[in-house]
Design a protein around this ligand. Structure first.
Ligand SMILES: [Mg+2]
Length: 257
């Protein structure tokens, strides 16, 4: 059957992370949290060294426990929410004054500071732009992005930075939906948005890991693995055999018929 929608993962399917290593990635997040703390210092919400340390400690504990929980439940805890819960706990414990106004604008600014490095470090693969142009020109094929990311504006802004957002009918993230891949609900909701509700086998899910392939498969889509050369530690094996593998997006065209 002819494919009516192609859903693409973002990280390591459309874009790659410059000189990826786990250490480098974690170092960026450490710096990101420093930047969020500096923002609060400038706003006079954090005032002294001890409150900065406490802010970083509470945020990291919450982020890690939500991460562990999301592995079991697939629930996404967006970065602005973790900042909100961190500051609420600090107020409760009397670590910061209780007259600060906790607004969405403040939490989004903290998330902007925390994730800012990603706007520089994620880059489209050499084949991404030409493959998207060609995919976009295929009649009756809808394109969408589906990314597990805790802060939606990063994915949207990276696609805009390279003028790629124009190719997609819909850009969905776990931050916006509330659940992460491989939860079938996030795939089924996106199919509905694309007007393919009840017709999952007419859609293809292309991604680089377990969450994309297993999630896509369980929701009834055709899974296609875009094989990544870098292997993450503790990566989950894909317990399926009959799925297509490609090395990059330019190899997808024969499988769309
Ligand atoms: Mg990926």
């Amino acid at each position: 059957m002819k494919i009516k929608a192609l859903i693409l993962d973002f990280g390591f399917t459309l874009f790659y992370f410059r000189e990826i290593s786990l250490e480098r990635y974690l170092e960026f997040y450490k710096q990101g949290l420093e930047n969020s703390a500096s923002f609060l210092l400038k706003k006079d919400i954090l005032k002294e060294e001890s409150s900065i340390q406490e802010f970083k400690k509470i945020f990291k504990m919450k982020r890690n426990s939500f991460f562990r929980e999301s592995l079991k439940t697939n629930k996404e805890y967006p970065t602005p929410l973790i900042f909100r819960l961190t500051l609420e706990e600090m107020i409760q414990k009397g670590l910061i004054e209780n007259d600060i106004s906790l607004t969405d604008e403040l939490f989004n600014s903290l998330a902007d500071a925390y994730h800012a490095f990603e706007l520089e470090e994620w880059i489209p693969f050499p084949t991404t732009i030409s493959a998207l142009e060609r995919l976009h020109s295929i009649k009756d094929l809808k394109l969408a992005v589906l990314s597990n990311h805790p802060y939606h504006p990063i994915i949207e802004n990276l696609l805009k930075k390279y003028d790629l957002h124009q190719y997609f009918e819909y850009i969905q993230t776990s931050a916006r939906f509330g659940k992460r891949k491989p939860d079938p609900a996030i795939f089924l909701d996106l199919l509905e948005k694309l007007g393919l509700h009840g017709d999952p086998s007419s859609a293809m899910m292309c991604g680089d890991e377990h969450a994309d392939i297993v999630g896509g498969y369980r929701a009834g889509l055709k899974p296609i693995l875009c094989e990544r050369t870098y292997k993450f530690p503790f990566e989950r094996e894909i317990p399926l055999t009959n799925y297509i593998r490609i090395k990059n997006l330019s190899e997808i065209f024969p499988y769309l018929q």
